[in-house]
Design a binder for this molecule. Structure first.
Ligand code: NAD
Length: 256
């Protein structure tokens, strides 16, 4: 199992889904984890789960789209733990589903702010903290929508293509300083986000399942395992990559 023994780790989106499972997995791997989210009740639940296992864990209410919140959160981690070794920039939203000509401009801006601006802001404050700590690892959450063009999801796909691009730029700028930057691209993952999409559009669930070669969505724990590996020294020579974890969804082939 990948180890994060004695590492100081920050995770956004820690109140739910992939972020919650990853935060718990990082703490089980030996890290002191600082979880952030805007959902206070969900954060409290994650904190209780961590406490029930005796994990080293603390939580903060943060809106990842706001520079002041992201700066304050990073400063809080540094003031508490004195260093920052790993960051998992994972919080995100899907946004509404419309064709481009019908897509509300405000909705588009909101998705970009929560999914892409947040990753830029996260790294803007995390990188100097990691330089002072002697290096580190950043993992950003993209999506299979960083590789594909799902109709109706222009804002989401644009934001996730952007996360892929930002990840490569940050990796290039920081590799020589001992900071590895990578991304994960989950496919269909059984989280509250997906449940909400399926409620909005029942065809969504059926379509996605028929398109996945393994014929099931991922357990969020399976995505957490990939994020943990990328964040750990087990991936010490992996730089600027996007690891696709999608049950084969983007293989793009067909079976005769
Ligand atoms: P989720 O809804 O279960 O969790 C997302 C978390 O982000 C929530 O706790 C939410 O409160 C938080 N969040 C949203 N906006 C925020 C903000 N402005 N500030 C702080 N926190 C905020 O969803 P999930 O499926 O676990 O998604 C996590 C990440 O994985 C997202 O970036 C998502 O795009 C990505 N992803 C998910 C899937 C999937 O199928 N579930 C697939 C590919 C990528």
């Amino acid at each position: 199992m990948a180890s994060l023994q004695n590492k100081v780790v920050m995770v956004t989106g820690a109140a739910s889904g992939i972020g919650r499972e990853s935060a718990l997995a990082f703490a089980r791997a030996g890290a002191w984890v600082f979880g952030a989210d805007r959902d206070t009740a969900g954060l409290r639940q994650t904190n209780q789960l961590a406490a029930s296992e005796g994990l080293r864990f603390s939580v903060s209410e943060v809106d990842v789209s706001l520079a002041s919140d992201v700066e304050r959160f990073t400063a809080h981690v540094l003031a508490s733990a004195g260093r920052l070794d790993v960051a998992f920039n994972n919080a995100g939203i899907t946004g509404s589903a419309h064709r481009i000509e019908d897509y509300p401009v405000d909705d588009f801006d909101r998705v970009l702010a929560v999914n892409l601006r947040s990753v830029f802001l996260g790294m803007k404050f995390q990188i100097p903290a990691m330089v002072r700590s002697g290096g580190g690892a950043i993992v950003n959450t993209a999506s299979v929508a960083a590789l594909t063009g799902p109709g109706g999801m222009s804002a989401y796909a644009a934001s996730k293509h952007g996360v892929h691009g930002l990840t490569r730029v940050a990796a290039m700028e920081n590799a020589a300083r001992g900071i590895r930057v990578n991304a994960i691209a989950p496919g269909w993952t059984e989280t509250p986000m997906v449940a909400a999409n399926s409620r909005q559009n029942p065809r969504f669930a059926e379509l996605a399942r028929t398109a996945i070669p393994v014929k099931r969505g991922a357990d969020p724990k399976e995505i957490a395992d990939a994020a943990l590996w990328l964040a750990s020294d087990a991936a010490s020579y992996v730089v600027g990559q996007m690891l696709v974890v999608d049950g084969g969804m983007t293989i793009g082939g067909f079976e005769l």
